[in-house]
Design a protein. Sequence first.
Length: 384
Amino acid sequence: MRLVTQIVVVGIMAGIGFGGWHYREQLPVIGDMIGGNAKAKKRRGGRPALVEVKPARAGTVTVAVEAVGTSLANEAVIVTSTVTGLVGKINFNEGQWVKKGAVLLTMEAGELRGELAEKIASRNNARRLYDRARKLAKNKNVPQARVEDLLGLLATAEARVKTDEAALDDYVVRAPFSGRLGLRRISVGGLMRPGTEITTLDDTSRIKVDFRVPESALSHVSKGQAVNATSAAYPGRTFTGKVATVDSRVDPITRSIVIRALFNNKGGELRPGMFMAAKLTSEVRENAVLIAEEALVASSKEQYVFAVRDGKAIRTVVKTGEQVKGEIEILSGLQAGTPVVVGGVQKVRNGGAVKIMPPGGFKKGNKKRPSNKPAGKKPAGAAS
């Protein structure tokens, strides 16, 4: 009886095993595993990768250096006096444009003027004595030594007059250059001392702008180069100038160098101290090859793209240049018009077959598959 039971059990197990093997593909778990492996083998067997391509295009690339700086007057000075005295007369108005040498202020110098008058009289007397002695010396009526002594006295008197004239001139303050005056800081009758501020004087017919650029941009900057600058005070307006000076030294801490540009400012719109954003155009390259940023693949040694030729992706090493609004300039390795992979780059292999999708199709094909889980109750706080 026991033997019969064992034979029956073995027969049942054998039947189950045969049925499982025969209907293996219909079984839920095993079928999925077998089917998945078969699909994977089929993919490895050369199924084309779905990609989106975009041809490299010819365009214009502008190589520019951008920086910010502060505007300065072409010439600027704080007007002061070099002597002490009372303010006698003010000859200027605030904000007035004056020419070089214009008298701005005079100080009282009555005592010095009196001394000067006395020394002028002494000089004139010394000149008369010298002239008389020189005439008499022609007839031998006066010794030549006397004439020479009188000449020395005349020279001394002349020197004293010039000294007082120079001292008196210090009591008159003049404009050192042509420019626009600022606010008046003194009043008539006030006591002036050396260094006391009278007003400011700025030559704003031209404006300087000093700005810093990194040392890596030094090769793109040169004297005479055009500079376009903007200011928040004049939205939408561009001021054009030229590079006047490139500093002789690079800052060892910031690794930057100062560039000075000059702008004509005859209209007076620009003022010293304004914040300016400057842009220097170094080079304009026509017919440059441009590709979308998404097409570029970077490795530790090189940069490359996948160019599509005869339905295959060809790994192409390129040399890049400037970056322009979502595009990258290609200096070598690729020609304009060549289609390159911009979508699905991670699926592409060198020499692998590709299937081109319409523009935007790659993104649409990346939508998540719907879940097979049965819909349940939303957790508390979930958005509807």
